[in-house]
Design a protein around this ligand. Structure first.
Ligand SMILES: NC(=O)c1ccc[n+]([C@@H]2O[C@H](COP(=O)([O-])OP(=O)(O)OC[C@H]3O[C@@H](n4cnc5c(N)ncnc54)[C@H](O)[C@@H]3O)[C@@H](O)[C@H]2O)c1
Length: 378
């Protein structure tokens, strides 16, 4: 039997094809690429494709999602990996700085962690890079003039938006909810906070799993869209009071906090699908004076018991639910294969100088989107 990583790597059809092409063209020969990205089987396929293109790859994980077997596999295949799984922010910070200390020529960032730290001590040889997420784009956009290098935001490609955020995140958040809790969704009242690409996918996935879904959105236009899409759109407090399952997927901080504890019903389950583990203010909730005790009910389920007896279950301590808990799978192979094909083509364009410094923190150029879209049908 081959390993799960080999199954995933061999299932990444586009990455295999582009990797084979890059083995001849060697766009990254003599270049070092630094990454800070979830280290799990699909990213293994991406980093190995970069290696086939001639790159030296120096990598670390994101907070709370590194899978030890992915780290071992990468190391066996010539990728330098700094650190291992951690949920400790200071330790994670040290890992990111160690990646930057190698002065990579290109950065493949996920959440803006590397570019933000690069600006603290810039070095001359950085050519540019990519940023994978919405959360990273939000951090890097205000720094655009200071970065002044081409940084292509993969998230802002329409392909990433529909292939991953809409079609994959909802499925994998639903899969993770069921995998971690083993509870049904049928007839359950689910509140989704955030109705961007990811939130839409989460809302529709739970709805198709026979839940009664409400959406809470700060943006009135998106709230209207959720309403016209057939979701309930109550006021926030009413939605939280009613919910049996709450999913945050906003990219913002403190979306559900200790101040919400009086609203929550007994046995409610809170999960976060957003990038950073700050959407549910888990630490502040645990430390709140109304909390009597906290216990681990099962792997990936922390139960906060309130003095009045209500129980609030938090999945994965508020870390991204679809990359946590027992045997986390993340998004589907096909969705990540398409998204990572964008990564390869964007890094290739940056290193070849096909995009200039005027393209600092901008969406993927249309010609790369078209190239990747055509390749799916080739
Ligand atoms: N779990 C995964 O596999 C995965 C994959 C891709 C992206 N993400 C992450 O998911 C998050 C959302 O991504 P997106 O592309 O949907 O973002 P987006 O910016 O398109 O949408 C987020 C929405 O949340 C709303 N919002 C912000 N604060 C809110 C609040 N307090 N209450 C209610 N609504 C609020 C915003 O108005 C916006 O409409 C980001 O953190 C992104 O990095 C996760």
């Amino acid at each position: 039997m081959t390993s799960r990583i080999e199954w995933v790597v061999s299932s990444c059809r586009l990455l295999a094809r582009i990797g084979a092409e890059m083995e001849s063209s060697r766009p990254f020969a003599g270049r070092r690429i630094g990454t800070g990205i979830h280290l799990e089987p699909k990213t293994v396929a991406l980093l190995l494709a970069l290696r086939r293109g001639g790159a030296e790859v120096v990598s670390t994980g994101n907070l709370g999602s590194t899978q030890p077997d992915a780290v071992s596999y990468l190391v066996e295949h010539g990728v330098t990996v700094v650190g291992g799984p951690t949920t400790d922010e200071d330790e994670h910070d040290g890992h990111l700085r160690a990646v930057l200390a190698t002065e990579p020529d290109l950065l493949l960032d996920n959440g803006g962690d590397l570019f933000v730290r690069y600006l603290e001590s810039p070095y001359a040889s950085l050519v540019g890079g990519t940023e994978e997420t919405t959360s990273g784009r939000m951090r890097l956009e205000p720094l655009r003039d200071r970065i002044a290098l081409p940084v292509l935001v993969i998230n802002d490609s329409p392909i990433k938006q529909f292939a991953e955020n809409y079609h994959a995140v909802g499925q994998s958040v639903l899969e993770s909810f069921m995998r971690i809790t083993n509870r049904a969704t049928n007839g359950k009242r689910v509140t989704v906070l955030g109705y961007g690409g990811c939130g839409k996918g989460v809302a529709v996935s739970f709805q198709r799993a026979f839940a009664v879904v409400s959406v809470v959105e700060l943006d009135p236009v998106r709230r209207l869209e959720a309403h016209l899409d057939g979701f309930l759109t109550p006021e926030r407090a009413d939605a939280l009071r009613d919910a049996e399952i709450v999913v945050t997927v906003t990219g913002a901080r403190d979306v559900v906090t200790a101040a919400d504890l009086p609203l929550l019903r007994d046995d409610v389950i809170l999960a976060n699908g957003g990038h950073f583990p700050t959407e549910i203010a888990y630490r502040a909730i645990v430390a709140d004076r109304r909390v009597q005790s906290t216990l681990q009910s099962a792997e990936g389920i922390d139960t906060v018991v309130l003095a009045d007896g209500r129980r609030v279950h938090v999945l994965a301590g508020g870390h991204m639910v679809n990359l946590n808990g027992p045997r986390p799978l993340g998004n589907s192979v096909e969705s990540m294969d398409i998204g990572f094909a964008l990564q390869l083509r964007c890094l290739e364009a940056v290193v070849q100088g096909s995009v200039g410094a005027q393209h600092a923190v901008v969406p993927v150029p249309r010609w790369i989107d078209e190239q990747v879209a055509r390749s799916v049908f080739a």
